[in-house]
Ligand binder design. Structure first.
Ligand SMILES: Cc1cc2nc3c(=O)[nH]c(=O)nc-3n(C[C@H](O)[C@H](O)[C@H](O)COP(=O)(O)OP(=O)(O)OC[C@H]3O[C@@H](n4cnc5c(N)ncnc54)[C@H](O)[C@@H]3O)c2cc1C
Length: 372
């Protein structure tokens, strides 16, 4: 975004190009993110290869119920396109324009974020160096140095840990469904998703301390068959290309700005992946930040920079609520005396599938509320 407007900027990335282009993560893109990528001119492959979905299936008690998101939201849809592919497209566009994109270069410390010329101390292939700039966008994820670089007395945070994790596999198998299946079962949650017409992405709820060594490919497929079972439907298996376990966590830190330091994406907030909001929120933050930087640099108007944190946090908390709601509706609670939580979940699911206004609320949040 800054490149397109001729504003000098340097991107530091601690890992290698190969690593970031192959790190499996999100895969569901909201319309607003698609539009943003189009605005940046990096949507050509996404338009060609992305799979546009107008609905999802909620499966519980062994039966599927379609939520027609497009009909419920005036024609809005989501697109299945892997985060790895977005990263590849953004890197290719950046290298083509020639702006500095330094891989294997780690930001070590931030300095003078209250002053006019904040600094980043970084270490790359040629040793340590200082970068002096006008502002710093810390898009460095949950474990980066951006958030710890905020004054401790100012930064507040709140969060929630869930008593479960997701085991995800990427399988060389044609998807067994046209749209995503979110499945509630007494054995735990399962999600059937896809990356392309040839590759499926599947998830299982597992214990938070589960070890990937204990989950052979055969055990994973057996469990997926049991949880996703529905009369007349079958799951296609294929070689497992990759598998991993992701913890489930909700977290927000605020304010998202102090002085000349701005936090964006996972650096400031984490959602459990059930609502597919992590990547979309990160894209939203940088879109808002990009517009604010342009207004400041091109028109001398700092009001959008001043409003950045509050503007982002409105959407962040909406996504937090939706992600928590989806997660707690669909995952089996490990401690559930008498099955109270399970029955509440089934009552919620039945309501969402029988009331148009309840379904619309899910659909509107899932495809992404337009402007908050
Ligand atoms: C295993 C996993 C699975 C996920 N699945 C989903 C999903 O299915 N759906 C969904 O919506 N979301 C999912 N997410 C969340 C989603 O991927 C994130 O919300 C999204 O990547 C956030 O983007 P980001 O740019 O803020 O952070 P990141 O993608 O984490 O990018 C931060 C980058 O900063 C780099 N970095 C860190 N520290 C430094 C430093 N000191 N110096 C230089 N560079 C640094 C890192 O190497 C990294 O490349 C998943 C996340 C994980 C970890």
């Amino acid at each position: 975004m800054l490149d397109l407007h001729g504003i000098d900027n340097v991107v530091l990335e601690a890992r290698s190009r190969d690593y970031v282009e192959h790190r499996q993560r999100a895969g569901l893109i909201e319309q607003a993110t698609v539009n943003f990528l189009a605005e940046l001119g990096v949507d050509e492959r996404l338009r060609r290869e992305g799979l546009v979905h107008g609905g999802i299936e909620l499966r519980f008690d062994g039966r599927g119920h379609r939520i027609a998101m497009d009909e419920l939201t005036g024609g809005r849809t989501v697109t299945i396109y892997a985060q790895t592919e977005i990263v590849k497209d953004l890197i290719a566009a950046r290298l083509q324009r020639g702006g500095p994109l330094l891989f294997d270069t780690e930001a070590l410390a931030l300095g003078d974020i209250d002053g006019e010329r904040p600094r980043v101390r970084a270490c790359g292939s040629e040793g340590e160096f200082d970068l002096e700039c006008e502002l710093i966008a810390a898009c460095d994820g949950f474990h980066g140095i951006g958030r710890p670089g905020m004054p401790p007395a100012l930064l507040r945070s709140a969060g929630h840990s869930y008593p479960y994790a997701w085991l995800g596999i990427l399988a060389e198998a044609p998807p067994s469904c046209d749209e995503l299946i979110y499945c509630h079962s007494d054995r735990g949650f399962a999600l059937h998703s896809m990356r392309s017409p040839e590759v499926s992405r599947l998830y299982l709820q597992v214990a938070p301390d589960a070890r990937i060594e204990d989950w052979s490919d055969q055990r994973i497929w057996e469990e997926l068959h049991l949880r996703l079972a529905q009369d007349g439907w079958s799951l296609t298996e294929g070689p497992v290309l990759e598998k991993g376990i992701t913890p489930m966590r909700s977290f927000v830190a605020w304010p998202m700005r102090h002085g000349r330091l701005f936090l964006a994406g996972d650096a400031a907030h984490i959602v459990p992946p059930t609502g597919a909001k992590g990547l979309n929120l990160a894209a939203w933050d940088v879109h808002i930040l990009g517009e604010a930087i342009l207004a400041s640099f091109e028109q001398g108007n700092d009001s959008l920079l001043d409003a950045y944190s509050d503007t982002c946090l409105c959407r962040v908390w909406r996504a937090q609520d939706f992600s928590y709601w989806m997660t707690t509706m669909l995952h089996a609670e490990p401690e559930d005396p008498g099955g109270y939580s399970r029955r509440l979940q089934l009552a919620r699911l039945a309501y969402v599938c029988s009331s148009e206004s309840a379904a619309r609320s899910l659909a509107e949040n899932y495809v992404g509320i337009e402007r908050i």
